[in-house]
Ligand binder design. Structure first.
Ligand SMILES: Cc1ncc(COP(=O)(O)O)c(C=O)c1O
Length: 453
């Protein structure tokens, strides 16, 4: 019989898979170390168990104790599996930037989840660094894991991930490319590989909004490099002790949009359903392609599973709202497809100016088409209402018919976007689109501006 004593025995020995289409144009063999095969669906299972074992060994973690960690989800999952098997309680402190799925998954495996704001300084008492430390002080028989500075994190990768990659490539690996968060993965793997062959090059993938690249290149911790970003799992606004900059040959930064787009490409072009930092890593690898020769063996590590991003990078609406979907906008109907579900707000000629103002406030809109029994006969917008107020302080009680401007032009769904744009003038703030069956929708200047990529 061949079985594991418990789920922890299934961690590691993940496959190495050749990438094909998504790295077209890279003149080297590119292999992905797919860490979603771990039971918690991420590479973090490895270090979570190692950190617990080391804390048990030196008494930091006592029987029946509470494990506390600030985690974006994956480390929490690994800790949760180990906590269940080994009989500990677990509190995960998580930032509100993280996907709801990640929080629900942690709760599913018994963790208590505490959510903290993302956009505060690490030293702010509300930050997840500060809250984790405070909870650790306040909770009896607890142990604060601190994956950022805990050396067992990198050691796990030195003992497992590095040797696996070396053996799977039969020592032929020439480059290792990986996203950097706590630094545990890159530093542990890099240390092992460079001990085996100091010529192996180690590339870290960073995000815009993170300090790593500049710090590596200049030794300067530049606070101007810090701003909020969307990419999950990589980049930092601190320098974790687990990032050993001396082992890293270089960093490349990948934009939020590219990371999101490439996360989808890996699934669609390779059939490998992995997370956002994998998208960043593949795009970063493409940015580095001039560093590789045809005989090189480049290994890229995919940290976690795509299932944690179904409400984000794998959701069309989420992508579209951020301008990440590379859709072609050529016709009038393309511009309004995001808000087709919303009904057209209108006003009637006999309604008062005050009614139109109230409606604009309620729906947060700047213009309204005006109708009577014959259809669209006029329009009101903010500047027209303002002008009528200047002319007559009692204008609020006047019917719209007395002050309204010309009706908005009406276009067909297939009208080219260039034609639609020409209809916007100083006097004309919107265009109506005929959806058929007597239905219409509105295209505003903002819709046109928003469609420019
Ligand atoms: C999805 C994901 N990618 C990448 C990383 C970065 O890995 P490391 O912390 O080992 O640098 C993490 C770590 O939190 C992660 O959760």
């Amino acid at each position: 019989m061949n079985y594991s004593e418990n789920i922890l025995g299934t961690i590691g020995n993940t496959p190495l898979v050749k990438l094909n289409k998504v790295v077209a144009g890279v003149d080297a063999l590119v292999l992905a170390k797919v860490e979603t095969f771990n039971p918690g669906n991420s590479v973090k299972d490895r270090m979570a168990v190692k950190m617990i074992q080391d804390a048990e060994a030196d008494g930091r973690l006592q029987p029946g104790g509470t494990i506390i960690e600030g985690t974006s989800g994956n480390t929490g999952m690994g800790l949760a599996l180990a906590a269940i098997v080994k009989g500990y309680k677990l509190i995960c402190v998580i930032s509100d930037k993280q996907s709801k799925e990640k929080m629900d998954i942690l709760r599913a495996v018994g963790a208590k989840v505490v959510v903290c704001p993302t956009d505060v300084e690490p030293t702010d008492p509300r930050s997840y660094y500060s809250v984790s430390k405070r909870l650790a002080k306040e909770t009896p028989n607890s142990w604060y894991v601190n994956q950022y500075d805990n050396p067992s994190n990198a050691i796990a990768h030195y003992e497992q991930t590095g040797p696996e990659i070396w053996e799977q490539t039969q020592g032929k690996i020439t480059h290792f490319v990986v996203g950097v968060g706590t630094g545990g993965t890159i530093s542990g793997v890099a240390k092992y590989l460079k001990e085996k062959n100091p010529n192996i090059k180690i590339w870290g993938i960073d995000t815009y909004g993170s300090v790593f690249k500049k710090y590596h290149e200049t030794g300067i911790f530049d606070e101007n490099e810090i701003y909020s970003y969307i990419t999950e799992g990589i980049g930092e606004d601190i320098l974790p002790k687990n990032v050993d900059f001396s082992l890293i040959d270089g960093f490349t930064k990948v934009t939020d949009k590219d990371a999101a787009v490439y996360t989808r490409k890996i699934a669609l072009e390779e059939g490998i359903f992995v997370g956002n930092s994998a998208g960043a890593a593949v795009k970063g690898l493409l940015q580095l392609k001039d560093h590789f020769k045809p005989e090189d063996v480049v290994v890229v590590l995919f940290h976690d599973s795509g299932s944690r991003y179904v409400g984000k990078m794998f959701n069309d609406d989420w992508m579209r709202e951020r301008g990440f979907l590379e859709e072609e906008i050529t016709k009038a109907e393309d511009v309004i497809k995001d808000h087709l579900d919303k009904s057209l707000i209108i006003a009637r000629t006999e309604e008062l100016v005050s009614h139109a103002i109230e409606r604009m406030r309620k729906y947060k809109i700047s213009q309204i088409p005006v109708v009577d029994v014959n259809g669209f006969v006029g329009s009101v917008d903010e500047s027209l209402l303002f002008q009528s107020y200047i002319n007559d302080k009692n204008s609020a009680e006047r019917p719209l018919r007395e002050i309204m401007g010309a009706p908005y032009p009406i276009v067909a769904m297939g009208t080219p976007i260039e034609e639609v744009s020409k209809l916007f003038t100083r006097e004309n703030a919107a265009v109506l689109i005929d959806l058929g069956n007597g239905k219409h929708h509105i295209i505003t200047k903002y819709d046109i501006i928003g469609s420019i990529k």
